[in-house]
Design a protein around this ligand. Structure first.
Ligand SMILES: NC(=O)c1ccc[n+]([C@@H]2O[C@H](COP(=O)([O-])OP(=O)(O)OC[C@H]3O[C@@H](n4cnc5c(N)ncnc54)[C@H](O)[C@@H]3O)[C@@H](O)[C@H]2O)c1
Length: 661
């Protein structure tokens, strides 16, 4: 579909921001609102925002000027929307109003104009119910403020066509946003839906006088979050929270309507910041009472995590969204370092189930009861996308096992007996549990590969790795220990594999990235690369072998300096300290790769395997014992074809062709 012109209906909080996003991307935009003063304010807000972007150097002054010029305002839908290819509706969250506007839009636009709704909660199918061709209706749920927030949930109504869904996914992606597909129409989609049981829970806490708002907010802030829930409800508007819950009560379960506190506040016009009072008095700015309140001990983080995980698992079971999409949506939509999926991976099924059973009982709420998969002990399967595979394979034991795909690493074989194992994860190749698991599988896949003599370990994007992903959630100290052990075991395989491993360091090799490099046999680096252990400055220590390997490799003095100070050094300094064996300042292909190929073409595989054992184990052994093992290893070479080939090629003055036999 050729999308040239956009119309936005409703120029309020969201509409004006969405208009700015489209105009920034070069689209002419018709901005429509029934209120002329709203349109005037919208243009002035957009102009201020564009000004800010240009002052920060994000766009040029000319780009800002052109973007503003691309927006034309209208007070009537008929003239404003008639020649648009895509219309985005952003009027207040009222189903009757949205249905009426969509009917009107269907009449004034072409038959193939795509009609989008920015609704936060309402099912798209219901909004499109009075239109003749509902296949052209789709949800585009932007987050506030649209200019800054990357996430846009793209919601498929029951009748939305594939073509429309895909066109809009592509359009939103071209705006530089992260579109996440919501595969089935459901109230609240992903992010708001995951939040919904929490909103109910926080309401019930007040109804049942379990704790006061300021005590709960103080607790949540003490856990490192910038804002507690009641503060946020006041900020967003208690009426907005209340009407969302009432909508979920109608669409999903009457339980969502159980918390009385919200409707009581709404009845008394205590809507939060906008009316000056809600859960708090906002007369003197941000409610100070939270600062002095004692954090409650009646609420635990696990209450909140268990409710979020439960709702996420229900969405997965219903085929509404994949675990990865849920994780991304929650991280981007709520500005959090982790979502419910990664949290679930670090919790025991039994703990989550017990917590949910207890909450359901305490608040007499069926929707807090564990989802089916959690009840059956299959939480892990659900969050690892293994539910449907299990369901569709009647007897998994007799099915051939297909190796799982890699998401964060790639293996390439460019010839010349070299394999390139690349980390490939957005944001500096940070290493998390999943990356460790994939690195482990990747190095094992190369272990007995007769076509490979040398494995080059590198990172895509000009960076080896900036370290461990600190946004991982750990439930307790044991999990911390396990995370360390897992990294140690994986990285040990880079030392033990019977091939030469070469870490090619570009950009950063920090923390876990540096430890991965230290586990390899040889390190080569660009002069400008940055290496180091920043752990100490985060209250951590290098626990994937780094605290041990660095001193063994470069001496206690160098080890102490790097581990204890967190100081970063360049590739050139690392070379001078003998941590790095070689500098390559050409590009990867002509620098590191050609070096690896040069080695791979000349070394005898069995001699490499035995020499690695001698070097790595001999290092730990007294000299005499080491010498004894050395002689035995030497003896083992005697009957190998490789030795015969090595000697005869030497005598015949030709290049050896080792077979590894
Ligand atoms: N505010 C948020 O944080 C947020 C975030 C995501 C999604 N949403 C959703 O976006 C939509 C808009 O929310 P908002 O916060 O921008 O509301 P808003 O009240 O700020 O703006 C809505 C605008 O629509 C205009 N309007 C009303 N009837 C109209 C009509 N018939 N024709 C043209 N214009 C009309 C109003 O004059 C108003 O300016 C809602 O569905 C809301 O749920 C809001």
């Amino acid at each position: 579909m050729d999308i040239k012109k956009i119309a936005i209906v409703g120029a309020g909080e969201m509409g004006h921001g969405i208009a700015e996003v489209f105009s920034l991307a070069g689209f002419p935009v018709s901005l429509i609102d029934i209120k002329p003063d709203v349109l005037k304010a919208a243009l002035s807000n957009i102009s201020d925002s564009l000004d800010k972007l240009s002052k920060k150097g994000i766009i040029t002054a000319q780009h800002a000027k052109d973007s503003l010029k691309r927006i034309t305002t209208y007070t009537d839908v008929t003239t404003g929307a008639k020649d648009a290819d895509v219309v985005v509706e952003a009027v207040p969250e009222n189903i009757d109003l949205k249905v009426k506007i969509f009917k009107q839009l269907a009449q004034v636009t072409r038959n193939d104009t795509v009609l989008c709704s920015n609704t936060s909660n309402i099912r798209i199918t219901d909004i499109a119910k009075d239109i003749k061709n509902p296949e052209r209706v789709v949800g585009t749920h932007f987050f506030n403020p649209p200019v800054l927030m990357k996430l846009v949930e793209i919601v498929r109504g029951e009748k939305t066509s594939d073509a429309v869904f895909n066109d809009i996914l592509g359009l939103i992606k071209n705006l530089g946003k992260t579109p996440i597909g919501v595969n089935k129409d459901t109230a609240g989609f992903i992010v708001n839906r995951i939040n919904a049981p929490e909103m109910l829970f926080f309401g019930l806490l007040i109804d049942k006088k379990v704790a006061k708002p300021e005590e709960v907010d103080s607790f949540i802030r003490s856990q490192g979050l910038p804002m507690g829930p009641y503060e946020l409800f006041d900020f967003v508007g208690v009426d907005v929270v209340n009407s969302s819950l009432l909508y979920y009560a109608k669409e999903i379960s009457p339980d969502f309507g159980k918390a009385k506190v919200y409707s009581d506040l709404v009845k008394n016009n205590l809507l939060g910041k906008k009316t000056g009072k809600g859960f708090y008095d906002w007369g003197a700015g941000r409610p100070k009472i939270i600062d002095s309140a004692k954090p409650t001990d009646k609420v635990a983080l696990l209450d909140i995590f268990a409710l979020e995980i439960n709702e996420a698992v229900k969405l997965i079971e219903a085929g509404i969204a994949s675990p990865d999409d849920i994780e991304t949506a929650v991280k981007l939509g709520m500005n959090r370092p982790f979502g419910p999926i990664s949290v679930a991976k670090n919790l025991a099924n039994g703990d989550v189930k017990d917590k949910l059973d207890a909450l359901a009982k305490q608040f007499d709420c069926k929707i807090f009861e564990p989802a089916d998969s959690i009840k059956q002990g299959k939480m892990r399967e659900a969050v690892e996308s293994r539910l449907s595979a299990k369901k569709t394979v009647p007897n998994a034991a007799v099915q051939p096992t297909k190796p799982a795909e890699f998401k964060n690493v790639t293996i390439q074989k460019p010839g010349g007996k070299v394999a390139i194992l690349s980390l490939n994860r957005p944001r500096l190749n940070l290493i998390n549990d999943e990356v460790l698991e994939e690195l482990d599988r990747a190095i094992m896949a190369l272990w007995s590969d007769a076509e490979v003599n040398v494995v080059v370990v590198r990172g895509e994007g000009g960076v080896l790795s900036a370290g461990a992903d600190l946004s991982t959630y750990f439930a307790n100290d044991l999990q911390f220990v396990e995370f360390s052990k897992k990294g140690q075991k994986t990285f040990a395989k880079f030392s033990e594999i019977p091939k030469i491993t070469i870490a090619a360091i570009e950009g950063y090799a920090l923390g876990g990235g540096f430890e991965l490099a230290l586990a390899c046999d040889i390190r080569i680096s660009t002069s400008a690369a940055v290496l180091g252990f920043p752990e100490i400055t985060h209250g951590l220590l290098p626990a994937w072998g780094g605290s041990q390997r660095i001193s063994k490799l470069a001496g206690v003095s160098v080890g102490s300096r790097l581990v204890l100070t967190g100081e970063r050094i360049t590739g050139k300094e690392a070379f001078d300290l003998r941590i790095v064996s070689k500098l390559f300042d050409a590009d990867f292909a002509s620098g590191a790769l050609s070096y690896a190929k040069e080695i791979a073409s000349t070394v005898a595989p069995i001699a490499v395997a035995l020499s690695k054992v001698l070097i790595n184990k001999g290092f730990e052994t007294p000299l005499e014992a080491g010498l004894e093992v050395e002689s035995s290893a030497f003896g083992l070479l005697f009957n190998t074809d490789d030795l015969k080939e090595g000697l005869s090629s030497f005598l015949q003055k030709r290049k050896p062709e080792f077979k590894g036999k």
